[in-house]
Design a protein around this ligand. Structure first.
Ligand code: PRX
Length: 629
């Protein structure tokens, strides 16, 4: 293992001071603990106004040598991945570093044999099986840029992502198990590929064994694998070469393909993983996220493997076969660090606590939370029932764009505070701004911004650097603007208060309202729509759609189910609004801008705090919406 560890509050404060005073020598020392083919000649080059960020310039490496080869030398038999299948009756797999290395190299050769090469974009649309992690690493091995698309997205969403990056290859599976259901991944992929002219081959893993259609681009994974061996030297990459693209929602319709680079991403995910979770050699760490999201990329695969950890991959869902599956798996694999989302905690909290208490959770040392603010009740339930008040809880704030955790306590090392993400990581200069962009001092509430780059910041949006500039660097020049609001207490602890833009976090999933509105507007009877979030006790937020229709005679019930189906088809089931309300108008300013602030209040039932609505173009519509609910 490499030694990146901050073991005491003093270590944290020293690291923070060192990183602030001389960020370059601080990150040099950390980056030096990795294996490079060639050392970098410049640590950092950046200009937030351009914007441009480059780390470890001229450095040459392959991230898979850092995640695999060096541990094949030092700990070949240590388990790298524990795979826990959807069905508890199916045996778990323990894959050692040696075995994982061999599997990755073989799949890398399979990709090459089918035409993949350095710089190609490869789309991965797979269930949470070990082959998914292996494929991600195999792409990295040969320098192909992976673009994982969450296996809950629809054919249209998959096609849009494949086409945005001109992917030449798709790796998928016949189907994926999810609780009692099967997702027909190959059928969805087939539908998507009808619109994807750049894809030349589609490699299909057999997982569920269901019947699938077969096209000229299709190749069975097992057939392709038979033809290759496991000797695959790593492609030597430049530190700044793209490692992967991962799409995230934005305030406008089109998803943003965030591009992460090889060197900086590796250094920061390893460093943050090690320190936030206080991972120790031999520990079993489990992050319940899906690899289709950034949390899975950074804290199931790359961060843990880069420090030689044992990481659990779970194929199933928390409620199958019963609501105690998480705790059963923790006990079964003697999990030491457990990392999940507040939405899962809130869903499980609704069930009798005997479902938790009946399992032996004594192996747990650290609990983690990610993806949305954790409410007080969920925090205490997690602490009491899962952690038995003896496990520190790390509330980790970060984003797809940041690559790694930026604000969090370090388990047992720095102080936690319920519902607060607490302190920025060393090297992260988090500030609060007022609406004019002035920095606020001390105890304050404002807009969260970061004023110095860290190694794993996304370098661009694939194919649209201008959008990258506009979304993240233009609102407050000189700062990275994440789109969240926060407050800070007198001790400097940050509490994230939520999004300040038109992105809504539903069950921990980041959903832009614009693409949902676009989907609703596709319906022949919809004239205009506006989607906002409202508080929901399990999901954190849910979606409320206000729609104006052409033909008010159409039955509401039919329309609502058609609209929900349309959103599921265009984006995926996760984006379906909980409520769809037909209205005769939307509150607008005199310049015609929809007043989302008012819609948010209406959706939340906060009719008494609407503020002055007399300046609206159509104030009457507000009362009408209230009366109709
Ligand atoms: O609003 C913040 C929320 O999730 C957003 C990022 O979403 P995504 O890119 O999908 O990444 C999720 C996993 C890192 C943020 O802008 N968010 C994430 N973590 C927290 C959070 N909000 C409050 N507390 C957190 N710990």
């Amino acid at each position: 293992m490499i030694d990146l560890a901050l073991r005491s509050a003093q270590d944290y404060h020293n690291a923070k001071a060192a990183a602030t005073n001389n960020s370059e020598s601080f990150w040099d020392d950390i980056a030096n603990q990795f294996e490079w083919h060639q050392k970098w000649d410049k640590t950092l080059d950046y200009d937030f106004h351009k914007p441009e960020v480059k780390w470890f310039l001229g450095g040459k490496l392959n991230i898979t040598e850092n995640c695999l080869d060096r541990y094949v030398k030092s700990q070949p038999d240590q388990t790298a991945i524990i795979f826990e299948p959807n069905d508890p009756k199916e045996a778990a797999q323990h894959i050692s570093y040696k075995e994982l290395h061999s599997r990755v190299c073989r799949v890398a050769n399979m990709l090459k044999a089918n035409g993949a090469k350095k710089g190609d974009r490869i789309c991965i649309y797979m269930p949470m099986v070990p082959e998914l992690a292996v494929t991600v690493l195999a792409c990295a091995r040969i320098g192909a840029i992976h673009s994982v698309v969450f296996a809950g997205f629809s054919a249209a969403a998959l096609a849009a992502r494949i086409n945005d990056a001109d992917c030449t290859m798709l790796i998928t599976a016949d189907g994926g198990f999810r609780g009692a259901k099967i997702t027909p991944l190959k059928d969805i992929a087939d539908e998507a590929l009808e619109q994807c002219p750049t894809v030349q081959s589609c490699i299909v893993l057999k997982r569920t064994g269901q019947k699938v259609a077969w096209n000229s681009v299709d190749i069975w994974w097992h057939d392709a694998l038979e033809k290759v061996d496991d000797n695959c030297p790593a492609e030597i990459m430049d530190s700044e070469d793209p490692l992967f693209i991962l799409y995230t929602s934005g305030s406008t319709g089109k998803p943003k393909g965030m591009v992460h680079s090889c060197g900086g991403y590796m250094v920061y995910t390893a460093y943050s993983f090690q320190n936030v979770f206080q991972y120790q050699k031999g520990d079993v760490y489990w992050c319940t996220a899906d690899i289709g999201w950034i949390t899975g990329h950074s804290y199931i695969i790359y961060g843990p493997l880069a420090v030689g950890a044992t990481t659990v991959m779970f194929e199933g869902i928390p409620s199958y076969p019963d609501y105690d599956r998480f705790w059963e798996v923790c006990a079964k694999h003697q999990v030491n660090q457990f990392y999940t989302a507040p939405t899962a905690i809130r869903a499980l909290q609704k069930h009798p606590s005997t479902l938790v208490d009946k399992h032996d959770l004594s192996s747990l040392k650290v609990l983690g939370s990610v993806g949305e603010p954790i409410n007080t009740e969920a925090w205490h339930w997690y602490d009491d029932h899962v952690g038995k008040n003896k496990c520190p809880i790390v509330d980790t704030w970060w984003q797809t764009e940041t690559g790694g955790i930026l604000i969090s306590s370090l388990a047992g090392v720095t102080k936690q505070k319920p519902t607060y993400a607490t302190l920025p990581m060393p090297g992260i200069q988090a500030v609060l701004l007022d609406n004019e962009g002035n920095e606020l001092e001390g105890e304050a509430e404002g807009i969260l911004a970061i004023k110095h780059p860290w190694p794993s910041i996304a370098r661009t949006i694939w194919g649209d650097h201008n959008r990258y500039k506009n979304v993240y660097f233009s609102a407050y020049p000189g700062y990275y603007f994440p789109g969240d609001g926060a407050l800070r207490d007198a001790q400097g602890n940050f509490r994230i208060t939520g999004r300040v833009d038109d992105v809504v976090i539903v069950s921990g999933h980041n959903l832009g309202t614009a693409p949902i509105e676009n989907a609703l507007n596709e319906h022949p009877n919809v004239v205009e729509s506006a989607v906002v979030g409202f508080p929901h006790d399990v999901k954190g937020n849910a979606l409320h759609a206000f729609v104006i229709v052409k033909d008010a005679a159409e039955q509401d019930g039919v329309l609502v189910s058609e609209l929900r189906a349309l959103v599921a088809k265009t984006i995926g089931p996760i984006a379906k609004p909980d409520r769809i309300q037909v209205v005769s108008g939307l509150p607008k300013t005199r310049s015609g801008k929809i007043m989302r602030r008012i819609l948010r209040k209406l959706a939340a039932g906060e009719h008494d705090s609407l503020g002055d609505i007399s300046t609206l173009l159509n104030p009457d519509v507000v009362q009408e919406i209230i009366d109709m609910r």
